[in-house]
Design a protein around this ligand. Structure first.
Ligand code: FAD
Length: 390
C-alpha cells in the first residue's frame, strides 16, 4: 500500500488568512465594474504578484516561494471563497510547470525568475483548436523546422489571457498525424514570445463570453519561433502537457471548492436574514436542503482535493484523484450556485448581490479545462477498466 501523507482542512491556515486579507481590498463592486466592461483585473493581479502568490510553485532557486501544491490550492480556493476570480491569473502558477519539468537549464534560467517576480507573464496556454476540440491529438497547428527556427501556421481558440500574457506555451504538430506510429507522437511544445510575435505572424482576437474571462482566438500566419524555444524533445510535447494536467485539475478543483464556500456562506446568511410569512426563509426545509446537500458535496470534493494534493506531493500517481476532484468540485460549485440563486429569489438575479456573476463564472468548470464527460470517460477507462468509448 502507498503511504499517504495526511492533509487537513486547516493546512496553510496562515496563507489562507493572508490571501483573504488581500482579497478584502477587492470587493464585489470592483468585480462588477470589470464584469460590465469585460475588463482585466490588473490591480488584483499586481497585488497577488507582489505578494508572491503567483510564484508559489516555482522553486526558491529560481526566485519562487517553493511551496507545495496544497499551498497553491489553498491560495486559489481562498481567492474564490472571498468572492474574487483567480481565472485572470491562475495559469501563471501552473503553466510554468512544463518548463520546470522539461525545459533546458538555459530555459529555466531565462524564464522562471521573471515568471516568479511577475516581470514575465506566462499565462497563455495554446492547446484547444476550433476544429479538433477535445480531440487534442487531431489539432492542426503545424510548426515546420527551417534552420534555426520553426515556422508556425494554424489557429487556436479559447486561449485565455492571450492579451495579458508575454509568453504562450503552444502545442503544435511537428510531424503530420498520418506519419506517426501513435497519434500522441509528433506534437511539440514551444515557448512563444508573444511580444515579439504580435503583428509578425501572430494575431489575437478576443471572444466575448457570458462571464469576464479574457479568452481569445489566436491566429498564426508564418509566425517564427526560434528553435531554442522548443521545450524538451521534438515530438514529445503531448506527454509534457499531460504531465502538468493533474496539478492543473487539482488547482481548478480548489477554485470550485472556493466558489462553493462563497455561495454557501451567502445562502446561509440570506436564508437566516430574509423573513417571509413572518419567519426566516431558512426555516423551510425546501430552502435548507439544497444548501445542505451542496455543502456535503463540497466537503467530499475537498477531501478528494486533499488526497490528490497529498499524493502529488509524495510523488505518487494521482490521475484518478485529480480527475475526480475536478469533477466533484465543479458539481459542488454548481449545486451551491443553483441553491444560492434559488435562496435569493428575485435578488439572485440582481447584479449588486454578485450571486448572478459568480453563478455565470462557476458554470465554466463543467466544461473547462476539461469537460465532465471526459472525466467520466477517464474514470471508466483508466480506473474501472472498461473499453475506451471514443
Ligand atoms: C472560457 C474558456 C476558457 C478556456 N481557456 C482555455 C485555454 O486557456 N487554453 C486552451 O487550450 N483551452 C481553453 N479552453 C478550451 C476548453 O478546454 C474546451 O472548451 C474544452 O476542453 C471542451 O472542448 P470544446 O469546447 O472544443 O468542446 P468539444 O470537444 O466540441 O465538445 C463539445 C461537447 O461534447 C462533449 N464530448 C466531446 N467528445 C466526447 C466524447 N468522446 N464523449 C462524451 N462527450 C464528448 C464534450 O464533453 C462537450 O460537452 C477554454 C474554454 C472556455 C470556454
Amino acid at each position: 500500500m502507498d503511504q499517504l501523507p495526511v492533509a487537513t482542512e486547516q493546512s496553510h491556515a496562515e496563507i489562507r488568512a493572508e490571501v483573504a486579507k488581500l482579497c478584502s481590498r477587492f470587493p464585489g463592486a470592483y468585480w462588477r465594474e470589470l464584469d460590465a466592461i469585460r475588463g482585466y483585473p490588473t490591480e488584483f493581479v499586481h497585488a497577488l504578484t507582489e505578494a508572491g502568490y503567483l510564484g508559489a510553485l516555482i522553486p526558491e532557486e529560481y526566485g519562487g516561494a517553493g511551496l507545495p501544491l496544497s499551498a497553491a490550492a489553498a491560495i486559489l480556493e481562498t481567492i474564490q471563497s472571498s468572492g474574487c476570480n483567480g481565472a485572470a491569473c491562475h495559469a501563471q502558477m501552473y503553466i510554468m510547470g512544463t518548463i520546470l519539468r522539461h525545459g533546458s537549464p538555459e530555459q529555466k534560467q531565462a524564464y522562471l525568475p521573471g515568471i516568479a517576480n511577475g516581470s514575465l507573464r506566462l499565462q497563455a496556454f495554446g492547446v484547444t483548436e476550433p476544429t479538433s476540440g477535445t480531440d487534442t491529438t487531431s489539432l492542426r497547428t503545424f510548426a515546420r523546422r527551417e534552420g534555426d527556427k520553426y515556422i508556425v501556421n494554424g489557429q487556436k481558440v479559447w486561449t485565455s489571457r492571450a492579451e495579458h500574457s508575454d509568453l504562450m506555451l503552444l502545442l503544435a504538430r511537428t510531424t503530420p498525424k498520418e506519419q506517426v506510429g501513435k497519434k500522441t507522437e509528433g506534437l511539440s511544445t514551444f515557448i512563444v514570445d508573444m511580444r515579439a510575435a504580435l503583428g509578425h505572424g501572430l494575431t489575437i482576437r478576443p471572444i466575448r463570453t457570458m462571464m469576464n474571462h479574457n479568452s481569445c482566438e489566436v491566429f498564426f500566419d508564418n509566425m517564427e519561433v526560434p528553435a531554442e524555444n522548443l521545450v524538451g524533445i521534438e515530438g514529445r510535447g503531448f506527454r509534457y502537457i499531460l504531465d502538468g494536467m493533474n496539478a492543473e485539475r487539482l488547482l481548478i478543483a480548489s477554485e470550485g471548492i472556493g466558489d462553493a464556500k462563497w455561495f454557501t456562506e451567502k445562502s446561509v446568511a440570506y436564508a437566516n436574514e430574509r423573513r417571509v410569512f413572518g419567519r426566516p426563509i431558512g426555516q423551510n426545509q425546501g430552502i435548507q436542503f439544497p444548501i445542505a446537500r451542496a455543502y456535503a458535496q463540497m466537503r467530499a470534493a475537498e477531501l478528494m482535493v486533499q488526497e490528490g494534493c497529498a499524493r502529488f506531493e509524495a510523488g505518487l500517481h494521482c490521475g484518478e484523484q485529480a480527475n475526480m476532484a475536478k469533477m466533484l468540485a465543479a458539481d459542488a460549485a454548481w449545486a451551491a450556485a443553483e441553491a444560492c440563486v434559488q435562496t435569493h429569489g428575485g435578488f439572485g438575479f440582481a447584479e449588486e448581490y454578485d450571486v448572478e456573476r459568480k453563478f455565470r463564472e462557476t458554470r465554466l468548470y463543467q466544461v473547462a479545462p476539461i469537460s465532465t464527460n471526459l472525466i467520466l470517460s477517464y474514470i471508466s477507462e483508466h480506473v474501472l477498466g472498461m473499453p475506451r468509448s471514443y
